[in-house]
Write a protein that binds this ligand. Structure first.
Ligand SMILES: Nc1nc2c(c(=O)[nH]1)N[C@H]1C(S)=C(S)[C@@H](COP(=O)(O)O)O[C@H]1N2
Ligand SMILES: [Mo]
Length: 412
């Protein structure tokens, strides 16, 4: 029996939480409802978005599973799970975000291609595993190398799943050797998610986690690692997940003119409002959709903010008048967090949860914008960043409020 195999159909999918919002069934693509996401700093595995391009691979016999490392290196090896577990284990808390997060809002401007995600195609987890920089030392590649003696400059990760975009072949992606061999880049071969064995949906038995980079480069169900000269030529590197200007459409696209997207830009989204109803002193939570119906009064506004490349969040501004005036939100992250990490620097890969309690004027328009540590600020209008694949919608999240009473109680 082979170690890791890919089914050709969807008969053996793993069980999933019934509260997920399913955007596509086969392949399974789902995200939590808005109100469920920001209730904890660490996203529970059940509520972590799931983004797949084919049926979920399965392990028949873990003792036969191995990852091969080959290509432009003098030594080629196969590593079993035991070999990988023998290396020093690191826990890195990192937010993984799909480049297509908030695509639905972009498609309202003009049609885009791709799975229709709301604002929850991301999650924050503590990933446990070996550092890729330690693994590559086993084949003689030193830390902080940008080229091997045989001319290898990129590290390609290959899975076993069958993706129609790859004509039935496996999902693959690459990162530069320099990043792969940098211990501070925290690239992991992860076998744990939030302290437990990583589950099938998220890459069991082993996945790559590339912190600060779009989710597409964090290859699940890892089968082999190849040291190559040029970046990976797979579909998801070359014909997808690239950022084009608003002038480019399907009739004039030239994929080779752009580089594969790596770092995620600064991003934020608003989440729930917690209304302090004057009369009853009870609080009701209204699920935020982009147009909400509420009673005027004070509201607790919450959300997430995250940036790529290890650029932490500097601040989040909130407006209740569509962006004319702003107040600074404060962070509420890290309460009750079983935060196992090796040093303060690790939280640079993680999101910041923010909140503010504000008076909501009649016909309010609530807006959030985040600023990262390099002072990058989210773009105001989605129109300005529209692109045909609908990726990287980091424009200000706006919620228009109509003044009536709060009608909905969310299902948490
Ligand atoms: N093997 C494999 N790896 C993959 C994918 C995939 O379809 N197959 N999807 C990628 C994309 S686009 C994203 S956003 C993340 C999603 O990871 P998650 O499902 O654990 O949230 O995995 C990436 N790694
Ligand atoms: Mo993605």
């Amino acid at each position: 029996m082979p170690g890791l195999t890919a089914p050709s159909d969807y008969a053996e999918e793993p069980p999933r939480h019934p509260a997920l919002r399913i955007n596509s069934k086969e392949p399974f693509n789902a995200e939590p409802h808005r109100s469920a996401l920001v209730s904890s700093y660490i996203t529970p595995v059940d509520f972590f978005y799931k983004r797949n391009h084919g049926p979920i691979p399965k392990v028949d016999d873990i003792s036969r599973y191995s990852v091969s490392i080959s290509g432009l290196v003098n030594k080629h090896i196969q590593l079993s799970m035991d070999d990988i577990r023998m290396l020093p284990k690191y826990n890195v808390t990192a937010t993984l975000q799909c480049a297509g997060n908030k695509r639905t809002a972009m498609s309202k401007v003009r049609k885009v291609r791709g799975v229709g995600w709301d604002v929850s195609a991301l999650g924050n987890a503590t990933w446990g595993g070996a550092k890729l920089s330690d693994v590559l030392e086993l084949v003689g590649i030193h830390k902080l190398s940008s080229v091997t003696s045989l001319g290898g400059k990129h590290v390609e990760f290959v899975s076993v799943d069958r993706c129609k975009e790859e004509k039935g072949g496996p999902y693959k992606a690459s990162i530069p050797l320099k990043q792969a061999t940098d211990p501070d880049a925290d690239v992991l071969l992860a076998y744990e998610m939030n302290g437990e064995t990583i589950n099938r949906d998220h890459g069991y038995p082993l996945r790559v986690v590339v912190p600060g980079v779009i989710g597409a480069r964090s290859v699940k169900w890892l089968d082999s690692i190849n040291i190559i000269k040029e970046e990976c030529q797979g579909f998801f590197m070359q014909k997808d997940y690239k950022m084009f200007p608003p002038t480019v459409d399907w009739d004039n696209i030239n994929w080779s003119t752009r580089r594969p997207q790596m770092d995620f830009p600064v991003q934020s989204s608003l989440f729930y409002l917690n209304f302090f109803l004057d009369l009853t002193k009870q609080s009701a939570i209204c699920t935020l959709e982009d147009v909400d119906v509420i009673k005027e009064g004070k509201a607790r506004i919450a959300g997430y903010a995250v940036s790529g490349g290890g650029r932490g969040i500097e601040r989040v501004d909130i407006s209740v008048d569509g962006g004319k005036t702003w107040v600074e939100a404060h962070r509420y992250q890290k309460s009750n967090v079983p935060y196992v990490s090796d040093g303060a620097q690790s939280d640079k890969w993680a999101w910041v949860l923010f909140e503010a309690t504000l008076d909501i004027p009649p016909n309010a328009e609530i807006v959030a914008k985040a600023v990262d540590s390099a002072a990058n600020i989210q773009p105001e209008k989605v129109e300005d960043i529209w692109n045909l694949r609908g990726i990287l919608n980091t424009s200000w999240h706006r919620i228009k409020i109509q003044n009536t009473s709060c009608v909905s109680r969310s299902k948490m």
